[in-house]
Design a protein around this ligand. Structure first.
Ligand code: AMP
Length: 423
């Protein structure tokens, strides 16, 4: 059975304990994500679960919040989570300790490339949850350091990546030592045959869940995110525009002043640009749109008034110069490219201050968009600056409904009709 649904509900409807509800509240999470709603109920009912969900969908909470309800402190290792990378193992362990606040449950992570000492200590000190990469865990297990017979919950996180990385033999060896009467959860972003077979073999009567992305985007659009310092945005855009394939570019800014400033900057660099926002008279807007549609302008800088009404063919690139405040706007903005089956690219400029808002967008989309870090523009100068698997920043993202006030400009229906007529 594959279940797919997005019924809105609150954390208190999920059957979680007071301690867990308090922990979730302390994290600032207002409402559960779809995978959290679906998985929690089944896991608390004792079912095995196979979840097709990507990072960014809240899957860690989906398996760990209920797992913590199924175990008791002081009874040794009871939850074993296998992850493909040390960063993910660390992050899941950090999340677990956040979820376990107010209780005596403890979590530790185990991964290769670091000294054995502290990990051995953690493993033998009776922590209830271990998050581990398969290689190092197998190593310690083989030395008899892991108490396997108390394990009640086994989680394979990002199973597809673990198999891609060649961890199948280690996983199989570990599986042989985990008690059979456990509860098993497997999460994977994709479901190739290898993962499907593994999932079927290691689970019993599992409920199969799939996150239905609420804001699916048009096919043919490739999405990229550049991490950038705010003051470097114009330079990053100019550098991208030096690519000849950037023929017909629609740029979204959050404010009218921002649009005007960017036009001035691009003009100075000889890039044919105009703007589209509500300070312009209707006639001027229509004229700019026509010039853009005819290819007389290479770049149109617009505020959100343009996003739904604008249906120009052949837009090669959409740039979210500023991250939209509303996930819906993201979907509509990037839908301006890739129209009528054409290929298009949507690029988002992500500053450190936008991480929370952007993660909310990724939640809604049900997927994580690849970050690109170019040393000269990157806000932190390190390749992992905003990786959700390596940094705690932005982890307490706002709930989709908790968005702040929107700066979006509205068009009157007449204006919209007029725009559509001319586009
Ligand atoms: P995950 O898919 O588990 O890696 O989660 C991605 C990000 O979403 C992390 O930063 C989490 O802290 C955050 N997150 C998970 N669930 C929620 C929720 N219900 N509300 C707000 N943020 C969440």
């Amino acid at each position: 059975m594959t279940e797919s649904m997005t019924t809105p509900t609150s954390f208190s409807d999920l059957g979680l304990s007071e301690a867990r509800l308090a922990a979730v509240e302390a994290l600032g999470w207002k409402e559960p994500t779809p995978i959290q709603v679906m998985a929690t109920r089944h896991l608390l009912d004792g079912a095995d679960v196979v979840g097709i969900a990507q990072t960014g969908t809240g899957k860690t909470g989906a398996f760990m919040l209920p797992s913590l309800e199924l175990i008791e402190s002081g009874k040794g290792l009871q939850v074993l989570v296998l992850c493909p990378t040390r960063e993910l193992a660390q992050q899941v362990s950090d999340d677990t300790n956040d979820f376990a606040k107010g209780t005596n449950l403890r979590s530790a992570s185990i991964y290769g490339g670091v000294a054995y000492g502290p990990q051995l200590e953690a493993l033998t000190s009776g922590v209830e949850v271990i998050t581990a990469t398969p290689g190092r865990f197998l190593d310690l297990m083989g030395r008899g350091k892991a108490q396997m017979n108390s394990i009640k919950v086994l989680v394979l996180d990002e199973a597809d990546r673990m198999l891609d990385m060649g961890f199948r033999p280690q996983i199989e060896s570990i599986l042989r030592e985990v008690p059979r009467n456990r509860q098993t959860m497997l999460f994977s972003a994709t479901m190739p045959n290898g993962v499907h077979d593994l999932a079927t073999r290691i689970t019993k009567d599992a409920v199969w869940l799939e996150v239905a992305p609420s804001g699916t985007t048009a096919e043919g659009i490739s999405e990229l995110v550049y991490s950038v310092k705010p003051e470097k945005k114009p330079d990053l855009l100019l550098s991208l525009l030096s690519g000849a394939e950037w023929e017909h570019v629609l740029v979204f800014t959050r404010t009218k002043a921002g649009a005007d400033a960017l036009k001035a900057r691009l003009d100075r660099q000889g890039v044919k640009t105009d703007v589209m926002h509500s300070n312009l008279h209707m006639k001027a807007r229509t004229k700019n749109l026509e010039r853009f549609a005819k290819g007389q302008l290479r770049v149109l800088v617009a505020t959100d008034i343009a996003q739904r009404g604008l249906d120009v063919e052949g837009i090669t690139h959409v740039v979210n110069y500023d991250v939209p405040l509303d996930p819906e706007d993201y979907v509509h903005r990037i839908g301006r490219t890739g129209r009528a089956g054409a290929e298009g690219t949507a690029v988002t400029f992500l500053t450190a201050g936008d991480l929370g808002a952007f993660k909310t967008i990724e939640h809604r989309l049900g997927r994580r968009i690849e970050r690109i870090h170019l040393a000269e523009f990157d806000y932190a100068g390190t390749p992992q600056a905003d990786s959700s698997s390596t940094s705690k920043r932005g982890r307490h993202s706002r709930s989709p409904r908790g968005m702040g006030s929107r700066l979006k400009e509205e068009l009157t229906p007449e204006e919209l009709a007029e725009l559509l007529k001319h586009s």
